[in-house]
Design a protein around this ligand. Structure first.
Ligand SMILES: *[C@@H]1O[C@H](CO)[C@@H](O)[C@H](O)[C@H]1NC(C)=O
Length: 103
């Protein structure tokens, strides 16, 4: 079935350095949606960004990710701050369809 894989456990990055969090996925869907959520300690998860279009870079608040045809949606942020310490979750949806045609 569909799956999302984040290999890393805790990732430590020096302040000011580049943060890379890998996300790979497997799905039969030809048009999967990938999401990144951020969850700060003792806070609810917050939507960070969504990748809909292959090879199109999406950016939000210094974070960026590109939905790749090699089935990855790696998250990157340059010049990380202490305030970026959080749990980051990658999620996959192939059920959400906006404006889909009847089947
Ligand atoms: C993350 O992805 C990059 C690019 O695909 C790869 O070179 C790197 O080895 C990956 N890192 C881990 C920890 O899987």
């Amino acid at each position: 079935g569909d799956s999302v894989n984040q290999k890393e456990g805790p990732v430590t990055v020096s302040e000011g350095a580049l943060l890379t969090l890998n996300c790979t996925y497997q799905t039969a869907s030809l048009a999967p949606y990938l999401f990144w959520y951020i969850q700060h300690l003792n806070k609810a998860p917050q939507f960070l960004m969504k990748g809909l279009t292959a090879d199109k870079k999406v950016e939000h608040e210094g974070f960026q990710a590109t939905l790749k045809s090699d089935s990855s949606f790696h998250l990157q942020k340059w010049a990380v701050q202490t305030s970026d310490s959080a749990v980051y979750n990658c999620a996959l949806s192939d059920t959400v369809r906006e404006g889909c045609m009847g089947s």
